[in-house]
Design a protein around this ligand. Sequence first.
Ligand code: SAM
Length: 129
Amino acid sequence: MPVEFIAAPGESIPLADASVDSIVVTFTLCTIPDVARAAREMRRVLRPGGELLFAEHGTARSARAQRWQRRIEPAWTPLAGGCHLTRNPPQILRDAGFEVQWAEGLLDPRPLAARTLAPLTYGYWGVAR
Ligand SMILES: C[S@@+](CC[C@H](N)C(=O)[O-])C[C@H]1O[C@@H](n2cnc3c(N)ncnc32)[C@H](O)[C@@H]1O
C-alpha cells in the first residue's frame, strides 16, 4: 500500500474539505499546542460518514489524581515535549463538532500503578463521527 507522509501541524492540515475517510490519533491531543484548532481541522477534512479513531490520555476521574495532574503539569509539559495532563479528549472533539463514543479508565490498572501513576495514565479511547 503506498503511503504519503505529509509533514504539517495538526492546526493546519493541507488537505481539502471532506477528503479523508478515516483519522487515527494516538496520544497527540495532549501535545498539539492549539488542540481546539487541530480538532476543527480534523472535522473539516473528514468526509461525512468518516470516522476518527482515538486513544489518548487526559484528565483523571478521581479528584485526588486531578489535583496531582494540576500540580505536576506546569513542570511536566516542558519536560514531556508539550504534553498536557489535564485535557479532556472527548470534550475537545465534541467542541469541534464531532459526536463521540468513548471508554475511559486507567491505562495501567494494577493496584500500585493505579495509586501512583493515575495522573499520568488516565486514558480515553473511542470513535468520533
Ligand atoms: C506523545 S507523542 C505521540 C506519538 C505517537 N502518536 C504515539 O502514539 O506513540 C505526541 C506527538 O504529538 C506530535 N505533535 C506535537 N505538536 C503537534 C502539532 N502541532 N500537530 C500535530 N502533531 C503534533 C508530536 O510530533 C508527537 O509525535
